[in-house]
Design a binder for this molecule. Structure first.
Ligand code: SAH
Ligand code: SF4
Length: 347
């Protein structure tokens, strides 16, 4: 099977052409063709010699996953169910903000973290996605946006999968989409969300590219977090906090905490006060997420009243907090929902 040309950094493409016996500058030409001209065929790379194009075609191709299903929400959110080259399915979502177009990328087929509220965790991880597959998720959306002369401006790695359980591929993907002569998505426009794999939080503090980091916290103490997020049994909240303090000191970046409000589980005033205490000393921002009910899960969304009490308490203690705007409510745009449904129905 041929390898996909997507997903390489400039240096990666330079090494690739050098290994084929060509010049380093051919690497930059290929990068520009792929991400600036956005060609879909190696033969369209007209400033490469015919011989180089033939050599490339022997081993490589430009593979764009097939759109198995595309759902357009009334708020403009578009959810793509994509078929990868080996037949597996992943979800990619386009969210439209005033400031630009954000693509939410999946990083694995399924997820092994097993959070009890999440549809992705219901289907065990089948495999990691490669950097070229994550890049091709972005390119599917970019090709669609070309029709209206729009550009993908932001990327969030918050789809199916735990990105830090696939760290090296995710980092290669990030460096690839950041390439100045490629898609040129700025580091400040790239976010990665993790359930809290402490060693990888320490590792990302030392990367030369400083992207935004979001932590799926969802609980104010170990008792609750152990129950809803298995990862907490491996890295408890104090260990997580220690790593985050170090991250903040090293990078000077503000963290985002995600907190799904689950009725009767983590949404009381006491829970809010505990959370405030936990956040003490961290430079952060809290995103309160209304829960999207998943069929098989026992949880319910918190009442509007409780959400507001929780929000106001955080505000009162001067914590930067927002209630997440919901995207694609009518098209099941929450993490893993579409895939879980399709796999269930076996399309
Ligand atoms: N595995 C990573 C990234 C993907 S999940 C992580 O957990 O951070 C992206 C976000 O969606 C996480 O904050 C996750 O907790 C949240 N999420 C999962 N299921 C959800 C649901 N049913 N309703 C609302 N948010 C959900
Ligand atoms: Fe995996 Fe994130 Fe879902 Fe947890 S919330 S099961 S880590 S995708």
């Amino acid at each position: 099977m041929k390898e996909n040309l997507y997903g390489y950094t400039l240096e990666g493409l330079q090494n690739l052409v050098l290994s084929l016996g060509y010049k380093k500058y051919n690497g930059e030409q290929i990068l520009r063709w792929l991400y600036q001209s956005q060609v879909t065929d190696i033969d369209q790379m007209s400033n490469l010699s015919l011989e180089l194009r033939e050599k490339l075609k022997e081993k490589y191709e430009i593979f764009i996953p097939k759109i198995e299903k595309k759902q357009i929400s009334s708020d403009g959110t578009i959810k793509y169910l994509l078929r990868l080259s080996d037949g597996n399915l992943v979800e990619t979502v386009l969210m439209r903000y005033i400031y630009g177009n954000a693509v939410c990328v999946s990083s694995q087929v399924g997820c092994n973290m097993g959070c009890s509220f999440c549809a992705s965790g219901l289907l065990k991880k089948i495999r990691d996605l490669t950097a070229n597959e994550m890049t091709s998720e972005v390119m599917v959306v970019q090709h669609d946006l070309n029709k209206t002369n729009e550009r993908v401006s932001h990327v969030v790695i918050m789809g199916i999968g735990e990105p830090f359980d696939n760290y090296d591929n995710v980092m290669q993907f990030i460096y690839c989409i950041n390439e100045a002569k490629g898609l040129a998505i700025g580091a400040r426009h790239i976010s990665v969300s993790t359930s809290g794999l402490v060693p990888k939080i320490r590792q990302i503090s030392n990367e030369k590219l400083q992207i935004n980091l979001a932590i799926s916290l969802h609980a104010p103490n170990d008792l609750i977090r152990n129950k809803i997020m298995k990862v907490n049994q491996a890295y408890n909240m104090q260990e997580l906090k220690d790593a985050l303090v170090e991250y903040c000191n090293k990078t000077n970046r503000r963290l985002t905490f995600e907190y799904i409000l689950l009725k009767g589980i983590n949404d009381s005033s006491e829970n809010a006060l505990e959370l405030i205490q936990y956040l003490n000393g961290l430079c952060c921002y809290v995103n309160l997420i209304p829960y999207n009910a998943v069929n098989e899960s026992p949880y319910q969304r918190s009442d509007e009243k409780n959400i507001n009490i929780f929000y106001n308490l955080l505000k009162k203690y001067k914590i930067n907090v927002t209630i997440r705007r919901e995207f694609g409510k009518d098209i099941e745009a929450a993490c893993g929902q579409l895939r879980a449904k399709s796999e269930g129905n076996k399309i």
